[in-house]
Design a protein around this ligand. Sequence first.
Ligand code: FMN
Length: 414
Amino acid sequence: MKCVDDYRLKFGKQEFVPIMVGGMGVDISTAELALEVARLGGIGHISDAMVKTVADRRFNTKFVKNKLKQYKFNVANADKSVVQFDLGQLAEATKLHVGKTMEAKRGDGLIFVNCMEKLTMNAPKETLRVRMQAALDSGIDGITLAAGLHLGSFALIEDHPRFRDAKLGIIVSSLRALQLFLRKTARSNRLPDYVVVEGPLAGGHLGFGMDWADYDLATIVAEIRQFLLAEKLDIPLIPAGGIFTGSDAAAYLENGAAAVQVATRFTVASECGLPEDVQQEYFKASEDQIEVNQISPTGYPMRMLSNSPAIGDGIRPNCEAYGYLLDAKGNCSYISAYNREVAAHPGAKKVSVKDKTCLCTQMRNFDLWTCGHTTYRLKDTTRKLDDGSYRPLSAEHIFRDYQYSTDNRILLPE
Ligand SMILES: Cc1cc2nc3c(=O)[nH]c(=O)nc-3n(C[C@H](O)[C@H](O)[C@H](O)COP(=O)(O)O)c2cc1C
């Protein structure tokens, strides 16, 4: 029986272990995790979600504090349109996060950055352009366009000197989304270097409606493969979502996938950004605790543990400090949901907001426990200790298990 290591992901003449660890914002897929994956010969992702917060944490900068100071006068105001990102500082924070990561890179693999379009940041085009350009300036190996259709994203960087040399890919959940993207970007005369096909079992936001359970990854991958063959487009396909064992991965590779993108198994790696007590919640989770709901203000359904502290939490919006989800007019659906509850409960010290969440604050504080559908199987990937807790794993252990395991076996740590 074949294993993942019998295959290679090829970009031109370069070859890689066909394992890509997906981006997990906000700093769940840390630089440390991505660096380890690259060292082992695969493709690791960092994420530029809330990059100022991430830079502050990593480098002791004061981006967030300074932004809050600048806009403090607006905290009680429902209209957030004045709260703009300083593009120079956004570039600086991105260059720190990406640049320092790339400086530390060792080994034969690559490091990409996950760039979500839904982080509209009160000026969608301008901020996305700065984020991508700064990442390219800082030597990132590639950019994965995520959480959005990205119809104009190539155009935002086509004048960049690295536009044709950096690897550029997109995450889609349907053939239709890919077709739209290819049509809109045809002008740039550049195909994506890879396409991640993300099915309905993935973590984070889903590219499906609440009918996600009616879809199936293998079927979508087959449809897209047929289309690419018919159009004679040679673009590596990378399935993602619910690929839990090396054998699951090898089956996709055998069927023509160029690599697989995985994430959930790495949420319990010591190099992952989730605090240890939160990782224990992931280990402990049962299948009925994993839900897909609509509390994300992005409008996309999101998968998470049902005991996430974020659910129902009615904190005051923190857009002056963060504000990553503000649309072009300075709106975020959490702000209106919060204000509605405050108006309905005059004098209450704290309100509960059930239909939406303050995604920036909750993700920043690791209080929204987003996860893939297979999270309930994580307990089978390690050993239970005498005190009842589960032993965290090294990223290397998980990576090697994907790379070499056969027969659906999962290697337990010593
Ligand atoms: C905790 C967590 C956070 C995630 N955050 C993001 C994200 O910020 N952007 C994104 O494009 N995908 C995100 N994803 C999706 C993964 O990158 C990946 O495509 C998917 O989860 C793979 O499926 P698996 O988790 O079943 O292996 C996230 C997944 C998890 C588990």
